[in-house]
Design a protein around this ligand. Structure first.
Ligand SMILES: *[C@@H]1O[C@H](CO)[C@@H](O)[C@H](O)[C@H]1NC(C)=O
Ligand SMILES: *[C@@H]1O[C@H](CO)[C@@H](O)[C@H](O)[C@H]1NC(C)=O
Ligand SMILES: *[C@@H]1O[C@H](CO)[C@@H](O)[C@H](O)[C@H]1NC(C)=O
Ligand SMILES: *[C@@H]1O[C@H](CO)[C@@H](O)[C@H](O)[C@H]1NC(C)=O
Ligand SMILES: *[C@@H]1O[C@H](CO)[C@@H](O)[C@H](O)[C@H]1NC(C)=O
Ligand SMILES: *[C@@H]1O[C@H](CO)[C@@H](O)[C@H](O)[C@H]1NC(C)=O
Length: 458
């Protein structure tokens, strides 16, 4: 399992107009060098099957006009985007008609080519491969010039008031007693952090953002938009049903997603388990950062390290050896993070708040890394506003070889460039980010400040 990566596309953003028929294998054949997938991005309606509007009753779906449930046959739920299960159909953007979209499962070293067809009526689309570093192919990173549409992940229920919901079917994870299970959680949301827990079970946290962590046992894990966490649970509790919960960290709100951990042999019913009650730690202050801003305004726009000697590798007290490798970080209100980047991936990289509306408001910057070494996009690659028939006709047709070894010769050379450019100068950047958050009528205004110090090793 460890050598297999699994990606769920969760963001619809820009480009890719390669219109090719192809066959997808899932997961990719272990012996193949290249795996090809085709994604069709299109609008879909929730809670419909064909043109039939559905309603949810007692965990099952029925045509909306069904009067007597006991004589009706439920509609298979795997063909329906249930989302929050609310019977007023909503327009969503889906890949191949599913949310989350189809999984890509590949082995380390394999090249994955994804053909994306844009079936949205009037929108550009890109797919951003969060966490995949696009070494040698920075032009495939998919950062849009248009709004990124948040795609809601998973299935859920619409609660009209506490305890009253519309009975939409929930995801159920069936486990065998005594076995261990690895869960991979992707926060594909746009705004809120979620506290994830499984009633009656400890979460052994083993990886985040695609990298292993020193295992850590927790009752609850906090995940933010864009982050991923892997945890293992041991199915050693009393045979039964347990709630899997994700609760937003909103104050005085109870927005919860639910799924069911179902032990084999347990009755097919909803859990009545309760969560472990955790206490909140005291928030810590940030003495390392001198805000120098207007204290009355409660934000920092002129931040510096309190200790002016900080910089380069001189950051006492910070664990540099075996520090966690992350691509998405939680910056608590009034807090900061110290990040080290090894500049070995020339490109223009979008660094942004992963709360999507903050990103849209401009809480973002571009890291301009080793500009002279940035691999240029191939000539035929569409540039903004070049989606003319003439420009598209210049896109070469890749032979339909799919998962065979022979496909190497027919793969465009852009896909092979990554390996040959190891010997680049290394530049290490150390910097801190300080964010202060002000909440005004639930509108969050964030000011992002970079304290940047740069040290050239060669
Ligand atoms: C998506 O749908 C298209 C069209 O039906 C199909 O050719 C393709 O294989 C599907 N892709 C995946 C990843 O299932
Ligand atoms: C539903 O159908 C069942 C079986 O025919 C019948 O026993 C029951 O009375 C019906 N319920 C309603 C509300 O009509
Ligand atoms: C279940 O397994 C976990 C992790 O191995 C362990 O900490 C816990 O004590 C076990 N619980 C029971 C009831 O055996
Ligand atoms: C929050 O909602 C969930 C289900 O939506 C429920 O199980 C839980 O008891 C609620 N918690 C509180 C504190 O109201
Ligand atoms: C947590 O607290 C609630 C409310 O006080 C209680 O009903 C529930 O049983 C507690 N859960 C556990 C696992 O102790
Ligand atoms: C990146 O840096 C190079 C060299 O300093 C500069 O020419 C280029 O315009 C920069 N790109 C952006 C997007 O700022």
């Amino acid at each position: 399992m460890v050598d297999r990566i699994m990606i769920l596309p969760f963001g619809v953003i820009l480009i890719v107009v390669l219109l090719l028929p192809m066959s997808a294998t899932e997961p990719c054949d272990m012996k193949a060098d290249v795996c090809e997938y085709k994604f069709i991005v299109a609008y879909q309606l929730t809670m419909v099957k064909g043109k039939q509007l559905l309603k949810a009753v007692n965990g099952k779906l029925y045509p909306v006009e069904t009067v007597n449930i006991s004589t009706a046959t439920p509609v298979p739920e795997d063909e329906v985007i249930t989302m929050d299960g609310y019977s007023e159909s909503r327009l969503v953007v889906a890949i191949n008609g599913t949310i989350p979209g189809p999984a890509i499962e590949a082995y380390i070293g394999q090249t994955v080519i994804v053909y994306v067809e844009n079936h949205l009526y009037a929108s550009d689309v890109t797919i951003h491969w969060h966490g995949l570093h696009q070494k040698g192919t920075p032009f495939m990173d998919g950062v849009p010039y248009v709004t990124q549409c948040p795609i809601v992940n998973g299935r859920g229920r619409f609660y009209s008031q506490p305890g009253v919901h519309n009975e939409a079917p929930l995801a159920k994870f069936t486990v065998k007693p005594g076995k261990k299970y690895r869960f991979r959680v992707i926060a594909a949301g746009a705004l809120y952090p979620f506290e994830i827990s499984v009633d009656g079970h400890k979460l052994q946290i083993v990886a985040s953002d695609g990298f292993e962590l020193e295992p850590y046992a927790a009752d609850v894990l906090l995940i933010n938009p864009g982050e991923r966490f892997d945890f293992i649970i041991t199915a050693n509790e009393t045979i039964g049903n347990y709630w899997i919960r994700g609760i937003t960290t909103e104050i005085k709100k109870n927005h919860t997603f639910e799924a069911i951990l179902h032990y084999e042999g347990a009755p097919d019913e909803e859990p009545n388990s309760s969560p472990k009650n955790c206490t909140q730690d005291d928030p810590s202050d940030t003495p390392d950062v001198d805000c120098r801003g207007d204290p009355k305004k409660n934000y920092c726009n002129d931040a510096a390290w309190t200790n002016s000697n900080w910089g380069g590798d001189n950051i006492p007290g910070i664990k540099l050896k075996r520090a966690p490798l992350k691509d998405t970080l939680i910056i608590p209100s009034g807090g900061y993070a110290v990040i080290r980047i090894k500049a070995d991936n020339p490109g223009l990289w979008f660094m942004h708040c992963h709360i999507e509306m903050h990103s849209m408001m401009g809480m973002a910057m571009i890291l301009n890394e080793s500009f002279v070494d940035v691999v240029k996009a191939p000539d035929y690659f569409p540039v903004c506003r070049s989606f003319t028939p003439e420009a598209i006709s210049r896109i070469p047709i890749v032979a339909e070889t799919s998962t065979s070894r022979a496909s190497e010769s027919t793969t465009p050379s852009i896909y092979q460039k990554a390996e040959s450019e190891e010997d680049r100068k290394i530049e290490i950047m150390t910097f801190g980010i300080l964010i202060a958050v002000i909440c005004v009528l639930s509108l969050v205004i964030i000011v992002l400040i970079f304290v940047l110090s740069k040290r050239r090793l060669q």
